[in-house]
Design a binder for this molecule. Sequence first.
Ligand SMILES: NC(=O)c1ccc[n+]([C@@H]2O[C@H](COP(=O)([O-])OP(=O)(O)OC[C@H]3O[C@@H](n4cnc5c(N)ncnc54)[C@H](O)[C@@H]3O)[C@@H](O)[C@H]2O)c1
Length: 269
Amino acid sequence: MTRLAGKIAIVTGAARGMGAAISRRFAEEGATVALTDVLPEVDATAQAIGPAATAYRHDVSDESRWQEVVDAVVARHGRIDVLVNNAGILMFKDLLATSAADLRRILDVNAVGTFIGMRTVAPHMIRQGSGSIVNNSSCDGISPANSLIAYASSKFAVRGMTKVAALELGPHGVRVNSVHPGSINTPMVNPQGAPADALNRGMSWFPAQRLGDPIEAANCFVFLASDESSFCMGTELTVDGGLIAGHYYYGLPGAPAGILPPGPAPRKT
Ligand SMILES: NC(=O)c1ccc[n+]([C@@H]2O[C@H](COP(=O)([O-])OP(=O)(O)OC[C@H]3O[C@@H](n4cnc5c(N)ncnc54)[C@H](O)[C@@H]3O)[C@@H](O)[C@H]2O)c1
């Protein structure tokens, strides 16, 4: 598997979850990967991937640390071909329960972190005349859920800044795209590590009727990082088992039978 052969990549938020899966898939496809995270577990994750992986402690909201990480990767490898802005934090709070400080904290990591990452790496990619930046937004950055006022704001911001960056960097040979996952089985949505089967039971409100595996999301990042996606610029790639494709009718209480179709039956498994 050599879809990313010879490429030098940075993946943020790579200690666990989707970032770890992206890093693993990148290395399997021949990339050299710098894994960055605030969590010390990033060292073990990089070690488990092997010699193609190096770990960096890195808070994505820290501008000067971003510069140090990028300088270190360029000093070591001479270039940066791929940046995945994946680090993120989630907060479920209603509008009325959300403080301005809550909103700023979420925006600082999810949106400002992504912005600083693009701005720090872009000069190197422009100099090279090539590069791919893939920003991890969310299906909540397209069609948000309730109680996600701060998180959805940050993910809409990531989606928007991806398009502006795609417009500005595209003429320099640098592609910028966003991925919009939903319901991926990572510590963010399953902090206790409950068995997927138990969580999937009764998930009949969207087509896949199950949580996604982090590798299923990581494969989308491989595509957008690779030269296979050479004509994708400012693209939004959803990987959500159809969660935001549309909605099912479940009939209307009291309405005559047959006017609205029934929703799908839950899968037997
Ligand atoms: N899991 C899902 O269903 C889902 C859906 C849509 C979008 N996302 C997005 O995918 C990305 C990865 O999430 P995940 O599900 O793997 O969650 P996760 O919590 O398992 O992983 C997120 C990683 O980001 C790191 N991180 C948090 N704040 C950081 C900071 N300031 N600097 C550096 N690293 C930081 C964490 O330490 C962690 O390792 C996030 O941006 C998240 O918003 C996840």
